[in-house]
Ligand binder design. Structure first.
Ligand code: ATP
Length: 623
């Protein structure tokens, strides 16, 4: 008993040197999801009415994906989860890892005899089928990132020791300083690790907490047989240290098959077999392994054959009775550590922000091409249009051109953030995967991204404003310049946040462009330059109220024209004797900087929260 308590204490201190043995028993697990194709007019036909599979499914309100599935996973064993495609392997792994965010789950999961608790996250890790890794990070940085966020109680030195140990465990000690590599947002290819090595890094990320249970969804998919074997051998070496490994797998070769201590076979959401001798069981059912046949292939072929039989449900029910009577009874009597005492602690939001900021700036530095492109396009556009307008004078001839410069700068600032759509979408997959692992809260992630964006936009705006001021000779004094810069900066950040919101809402670049450009066109049209607000048709008048660009334009115009002396040409009619007359024409005579800037800040805050809500609530990966 004392030994068991010591193990728990070790685990609660996070830096575990020995794995606790973890047994998982799941009993009568069912998982149903709402049928999106369900037609309400078919409500009365919930009962299957004909033999056409598609129309039958349409008649069902709910689809059962797992149906009363039970099984046992013993400590320190390697379990292979077999079954035809779509049988429910990934669903079962998701449920065991507590990662299902949709549907209804019923049944019981016992970890060492006790109901699964929150501490499970501390000693269970999950490796998804796809590798979601930041391309520009090195192997050791990737592992350290996970160590920083998953081992809150450990000091820096011990975290590095842990990273070293994991590098050895996954056999990538030599590649510690290599970049992950892959296609960067924007299309540049960064040379890095092979597919097998990336998979090892994904496994390594799961291993930093020294988990006692490792769940893997098809860790060998997309790998050649040699690499697949080497990955599976790495997993086997973990079981020798006491880790329980559960892995779904498609058609492993005989060498990989022989590494499994136990096999679970699922067909159509039901458990067909769970134990060490699947071949013997199939023989009992009348299916004999032919000579020179890979047992894994035989296993899959047989399970497909059984699932196509009309009585497959009875065969599964028969197995369940057998399993409950023989295996379950014995397993319930084992003495195991009470894992319900293990607590899971998260790192603080500030610490998460710091770690995410560090990774983001390293990524930014290493992939600064996107930044240079954004900056240079800002400079080129600024130079081009400033040169077109040329040097402007406070005269009747140039007054409209000065307003045109202000309008054009705001239009450029409103449209330029569309360049970030692909960057946000590519990082979203990594975010979704890390969020599912619950290693950080979405808020510090969002805030760190906005911080970086604000940093980049600062320079873009500074260049455009300075170029325009210098070339076009706008009203010059230091305060005017600074206030104009602040207005422009807030407007570009507003547009950026709007694009981020749309990206998070739609999740697709084409939709973001369609909605974004439509909004931008409306904003530009009702900004107050092309049609002064007091000339707007009554039915559209309200549109300028919900237009941050209008407030930006009005404020920038006031900075430029309030009490501005204008010269008149004696040979031409003098339309505006001074800047105030011109502001009057646009309906900005009562507008002030003190009114404009707070309203723009409120818009900024509004888009900031919209962007966050879209990321937090609408961007959830539905599993
Ligand atoms: N949330 C969900 N909503 C609707 N259908 C779902 C949901 N989750 C899973 N399914 C369906 O349940 C079935 C089982 O899916 P699952 O991914 O678990 O199968 P699998 O055995 O892992 O398949 P594969 O080997 O091809 O990856 C599939 O038909 C899948 O489309």
């Amino acid at each position: 008993m004392i030994e068991l308590q010591e193990s728990i204490n070790h685990l609660n201190q996070s830096y575990v040197t020995n794995n606790i043995g973890v047994q998982i028993i799941f009993e009568n697990i069912s998982y149903t999801v709402k049928n999106k194709n369900y037609k309400s007019k078919n409500k009365s036909k919930d009962i299957i009415s004909n033999n056409d599979g598609v129309s039958n499914i349409k008649n069902l309100k709910e689809i059962t994906i797992l149906d009363n599935i039970s099984g046992i996973i013993q400590p320190g064993e390697m379990i292979g989860l077999f079954g035809p495609s779509g049988s429910g392997k990934s669903t079962l792994l998701d449920i065991l890892a507590k990662r299902k965010s949709t549907g209804t789950i019923s049944g019981k999961i016992l970890v060492n005899g006790k109901e699964i608790g929150d501490g499970f996250k501390k000693y269970c890790s999950y490796v998804t089928q796809e590798d979601f890794l930041l391309q520009t990070s090195t192997v050791e940085e990737t592992l350290k990132f996970h160590a920083d966020l998953r081992l809150p109680d450990m000091n820096e030195k011990d975290k590095w020791k842990r990273v070293e140990q994991v590098l050895k465990d996954i056999g990538l000690h030599e590649k510690a300083k290599s970049k992950i590599g892959g296609i960067l947002p924007g299309g540049t290819i960064l040379k890095g690790l092979s597919g097998g090595e990336k998979k090892r890094v994904s496994i390594g990320c799961a291993l930093v907490t020294n988990p006692s249970v490792l769940l893997l969804d098809e860790p060998t998919s997309g790998l050649d047989s040699v690499t697949a074997l080497s990955v599976m051998k790495t997993l086997t070496s973990l079981t020798q240290k006491g880790v329980t490994v559960v892995s779904s797998i498609h058609q492993p070769n005989i060498l990989i098959y022989s590494l499994f201590h136990q096999i679970m076979v699922i067909i159509k959401g039901r458990m067909l077999y769970n134990g060490p001798n699947v071949i013997g069981y199939f023989e009992k059912l009348g299916y004999k392994l032919p000579n020179n046949t890979n047992p894994a292939d035989f296993c899959l072929d047989t399970s497909v054959e059984i699932q196509n039989k009309e009585d497959y449900n009875e065969i599964c029910s028969q197995w369940e009775i057998e399993w409950k009577q023989s295996i379950l009874e014995q397993s319930l009597n084992q003495t195991l550590i009470n894992t319900s005492e293990i607590v899971y602690t998260n790192t603080s939001i500030f610490y998460q922000y710091k770690i995410l900021m560090k990774r983001l700036f390293t990524d930014f530095y290493r992939n600064s091409g996107a930044f240079v492109t954004r900056l240079s396009s800002g400079i080129i556009i600024g130079l081009l249009f400033s040169a077109c307008f040329g040097r402007l004078h406070p005269s009747q001839d140039d007054i409209l051109k000065i307003a045109g410069v202000i309008f054009f700068i705001l239009a450029v600032l409103a449209l330029s953030p569309f360049t970030i759509v692909s960057l946000f979408l590519s990082n979203r997959e990594i975010f979704n995967s890390e969020r599912a692992s619950k290693i950080y809260h979405p808020f510090p992630y969002y805030l760190s991204n906005i911080t970086l964006e604000a940093f980049i936009l600062f320079f873009v705006t500074l260049f455009i404003t300075t170029i325009s001021y210098c070339v076009n000779h706008l009203r010059w004094n230091f305060t005017s310049f600074i206030v104009t810069f602040v207005v422009y900066y807030f407007i570009i950040v507003c547009s950026d946040l709007l694009v981020i919101t749309l990206t998070n809402v739609t999740g697709k670049s084409d939709l973001t462009f369609i909605y974004g450009t439509s909004i931008a066109i409306i904003y530009l049209l009702f900004m107050g330059f092309l049609i002064p607000v007091n000339s707007l048709p009554k039915s559209f008048f309200w549109l300028h109220y919900i237009n941050p660009l209008h407030y930006g334009f009005a404020t920038a115009m006031v900075i430029q024209f309030k009490d501005y002396e204008l010269t008149c040409n004696p040979n031409q009619p003098c339309l505006y004797k001074n800047g105030n007359d011109f502001l009057n024409f646009y309906g900005f005579q009562d507008w002030t900087i003190q009114k404009g800037i707070p309203i723009i800040v409120l818009w900024l805050l509004f888009f900031f929260f919209c962007g966050y809500l879209a990321l937090h609530k609408l961007n959830k990966e539905k599993r």
